[in-house]
Design a protein around this ligand. Sequence first.
Ligand code: TYD
Length: 427
Amino acid sequence: MSVGVEVEVNVDDENAESVFGSRWCCRICGSECEKLLDFGRQPVSDDFHAAGDVDSEYFFDLCVGICSSCSMVQQMYEVPRELMFNADYPYRTSTSQVMQRHFQDAAQRFIETELNGTDPFIVEIGSNDGVMLRTISGAKIRHLGVDPSARAADVAAEHGVKTHVGFFGKETADAIRVSHGPANVIYSSNTVSHIAYIESIFSGVDSLLTDDGVFVIEDRYLGDIIGNTYLDQIYDEHFYLFSCYSVREMANRFGFELVDVEPLVVHGGSLRYTLARCGSRRQLSTVERILAEETERGINSREALDRFQSNIEQTRDELVCLLRRLRADGRTIVGYGATSKSATLLNYCGIGPDIVSFVCDSTKEKQGLVTPGSHIPIRAPDSFRNPYPDLALLLAWNHRKEIMDKEREFQRRGGRWILYVPSVHIV
Ligand code: TYD
């Protein structure tokens, strides 16, 4: 297997800017990257504190650029992983019915296509509360989740899902291979792009995957992010913003081949990438088709990020102006969904409790705390209804249909939703 070059680790600290300037090394191939997007100081997006305990919040410079060689869009500074992912990580994949169905479908597909041989085995990197592996476990197929969140693993165990609590890497993969044997499928949804030290992921996959196995990655898609001005998809955890082109380059560098790509509707637009060992599988025509679309749209370019930057600034200016005007008119505004995404939106736009009085969220672990950096109180969804606000800022816009269906009464009583993607508008 080929290995990536050694690159400097740009861990954020107060002197980082003076040490590295606005240029840095690509974490995948070591070529030069240039800072193109700058969101200023941002908090750890899933680090929710009590109102009286915000002094210890960690902030870092959220800056993004593109590699001049492999075109990987990536952040300039890396937040230490233990600050983002630990026992208290509050995100629970199964809070959305739509996501539950998405993962059931993914599991069912694996059972029918990849896990139909003798005594198959699947490993999931970033298995969270086991929402995908529940279906696998129900089918009595050998499985193992790997996730650093002990609390999420406890929830998974209640559903019959086994989890190794820790970070995935070469050492963990070697230990799993010794104890369980090789894996026919290694799956990872919305996790690989979170991992700056990606070489250790690929060397772990190389060690654990069977010769004809598949490594399947799902992640938010750069084409949708730029095309719809999803400014809030940029936050600490999304270290890389993947495209078909950059994932193909990354796979090749680490001895794998991109053999299939499938567009997904989740999270406002994602891609499911199927990687296999070089020469072990036939490449499907979807790969060339999506690569050609990317070339035509020019999304793997500096110019695309420059356009994205000006659209981001327009969204920020229009949203802040709208919210201030509504508040000046005495209208009440509540946020819906204390998403990690919203950390960037709220902090970049300077939206605090003076504008949005509280954010409601169904995740028990977040209720009673405040939003990172912007310090807006988080309450249970009941608060949304008692009484209804005049307007709701839909921070969990990727669950728009599910939430609007559930909250039909809000609109029936004259309430309006404020959306900021793909542009600022009220519905
Ligand atoms: P999500 O948008 O999936 O991800 P991220 O945090 O990565 O941006 O998070 C959805 C959040 O919205 C989560 O905290 C749960 C909350 N939520 C509700 O409060 N009610 C709902 O009906 C749904 C679907 C989500």
